[in-house]
Write a protein that binds this ligand. Sequence first.
Ligand code: UT7
Length: 338
Amino acid sequence: MRTQIRPARQPRAARITGIGGYRPSRVIPNSEIVERIDSSDEWIRTRSGIESRRWATDDETVISMSLGAAGKAIAHAGVHPDQIGCVIVSTVTHLYQTPSAAAEIAYKLGTDRAAAFDISAACAGFCYGLSLASDMVQTGTAEHVLVIGVERLSDLTDPTDRSTAFLFADGAGAVVVGPADDAEGAGIGPVVWGSDGESLGHIHQRENWYDALHSPDGPRMPHLVMQGNPVFRWASYEMPKVAQQALEAAGITVDDLDLFVPHQANMRITDAMARQLKLPDHVAIARDIAQQGNSSAASIPLAIERMLESGEARSGDLALVIGFGAGLVYAAQVIRIP
Ligand code: UT7
């Protein structure tokens, strides 16, 4: 007889138990940007919905912003850092390829040697991390998982690039995922996710780090470049279908929803998705991009935190979240607000 390996424990339900965000201190209005890119406040507002964005100071690093957001999420969850079994950080702007941001954060938070790793899923990264955390808690791989979406996109943005300089921003958002009391308390629906590598060239770094360091004109940052229009069309027409599938996977309809929190990429994309999903009037729609800009992996938890602070969202609400971006990659799920 073959020697058997003990299987993972019986599946149990997972939920988000705490949430927190960190917004960097520099508020940059459109007026500070327009001259460098021959634009106008009106163009930026009408094309993207952005009025101002948050950029980090030199002291506000990927690590420090993450610690700020994570501290709030852990306190909200009512757990001690040594109960966190795994730290997942989604970021494309931690400037060290190794060691991971997650290992440093796990240590600085005072976890008890929690497992720690970074993931690269751009603006879908928060939803990717949430899915991993949910699976870990459901199978008993970890009891409490900290998921952080954090970006300092201002480092990777060319301030003279008309298609990105007004769009990208900095910040961090975090959640703790832990076990639900019973199956009825499940707080994270099945993920619907995927990628489309054929569109790799739509958002990418203009060169790799080696070529950037050895550029004939001297070392330079390998800035992000984006073909905004095809990404805009893909997000506006394809992502509502993914969002609809996430609703179906969770066994609910738009009528059951309280909140719609898409990645804060562009207010017009948010509006297009809401129209196609035929969201009823009672569903509150996240519009954090107006004051925050597009902070990629951080944008969904930051938007939820703002809705909680303003009273638009309440604990127990059902929210549809969807992230999408460079890759192209995407992920959507239904969650219950902690
Ligand atoms: O977060 C990850 C995923 N990223 C996204 O989802 C971003 C998706 N893309 C977008 O949000 C939009 O494509 C942008 C906001 C980036 C651009 O808006 P658009 O409506 O797609 O503009 P466009 O690139 O089609 O350009 C329209 C016009 C052009 O002028 P003409 O040819 O119509 O005369 C551009 O030259 O606007 C002009 N333009 C600008 N004008 C003032 C392009 N950029 C600017 C600018 N300021 N910054």
